[in-house]
Design a protein around this ligand. Structure first.
Ligand code: HEC
Length: 109
């Protein structure tokens, strides 16, 4: 009984360690993400630090998105992989996704 539990714990922590490694690999390049955002997201969003007015008023500036308490890569990825009401269903490659997420998180205050 005790033994089975211990094995379970070890398995869980190994999985967590693997997930951590995968996450690190996907952690993206904020500078590339900035260039990508200027090309793809800026038609609607204010994407740069200090920009507070988005081209589309309903689209929150990236700095404001980054400032939402608890904003994380996981939250951003889930927004960017699910279709949004007024946001076209932009399909990002895994690399673009990682870069743009890294960029948005780099704007955290
Ligand atoms: C055609 C306009 C348009 C484009 C292009 C666009 N967005 Fe958006 N986005 C919006 C609008 C409008 C909202 C707010 C309403 C909604 O969530 O549907 C939004 C919401 C978001 C949110 C959620 C904010 C929150 O707090 O829930 C994120 C994150 C986001 N956009 C990221 C991006 C990224 C990254 C790109 C570029 C790859 C992008 N958007 C391109 C219009 C756009």
């Amino acid at each position: 009984m005790m033994r089975a539990r211990l094995i379970g714990l070890v398995t869980v922590s190994l999985l967590a360690a693997n997930a951590g490694a995968a996450w690190a690999q996907e952690s993206g390049d904020a500078r590339a993400g900035r260039a990508f955002a200027r090309g793809t997201c800026a038609t609607c969003h204010a994407v740069q630090k200090g920009e507070t007015h988005s081209a589309v008023a309903e689209a929150p500036p990236f700095e404001a998105i980054a400032a939402v308490p608890g904003m994380s890569a996981i939250a951003l990825r889930s927004v960017l992989t699910s279709p949004h009401h007024r946001m076209p269903n932009i399909v990002l490659t895994p690399a673009d996704m990682a870069d743009v997420v890294a960029y948005i998180l780099s704007l955290k205050p």
